[in-house]
Each structure stands twice: as structure tokens, then as C-alpha cells.
Design a protein. Sequence first.
Length: 141
Amino acid sequence: MGDVELIGHELIESCLECGALTAGEVTETIDGDRLAWAVSTRCSGCGRAAEVDGWGEMPGIVREALIARVGLVRLQADPAASGRLRVRLLAAFRKGGATISEAAGAYTALTGLGITGTPSEMKLLADRLTAAGATVLLTPR
Ligand SMILES: [Zn+2]
């Protein structure tokens, strides 16, 4: 992506065809056990439609635009019930790409104030933790 500016929840850039300003909207979904995201743009000048797709972590400004539109959610688990599952939950975080120390930090957050992220990020994590035996709670932040 070229020269992009975030205004509200839209990614504003110049149309490659006519130079008019276009507004892109970000969506994020879960595909299997991966995050998929897309920026859909339609030019108000010439009507040119474009879509940029990606897997996993999205560029910073794209994530900011998504959060501006859909907000953040909080994922929590009961500390007492999670204690006996600690090793399995750490493994679930590791499976999601966390280092050992990141997994330990994530476990502490999960059983404390909660982990925040986009709805799809937290749904994917909730599914992994639930598969590991945890009972988790998702709430709007
Ligand atoms: Zn155009």
C-alpha cells in the first residue's frame, strides 16, 4: 500500500487510475485457524474497485482502521479454574506464535485484567483456549 492516511475508520489514498481520493474499509475474519483481513476500496471518481488481502498480522494503520470501526473486546478466564490448565493454556498461546515469556505474560493477563484485541483476534484465541479446556469470557472493552 502506498501513501495512506487514516480518517475516522477509513483508509484514504489516491486512486491509481484517476487520482481522486478513495476510502478503504477494513474487514477481518477467521478462516480455519488463521486470521484473514482485507481492505476494500472503491473510487468515487472512476469507480475502480480494489481489494488488498492478507493473512495473520495486519499493517499497523490497517489494524487502527479496523479498531476504529469495530472496536476492541476483552478476553478473560477465571484464575482458579485456569490454574490446573496452566501448562495447556501456555501451549495454546505458544501455538499462536507467542514466545515462552510472551505466553507467560498472556496467561497472567488472561487470568487478571484480560487480554484485549479485535473481535476476530480474540475469537480465534478464545477458540484455541477453549479447545485446551478453558472457560473464557469475551466482553466489549
Ligand atoms: Zn478513480
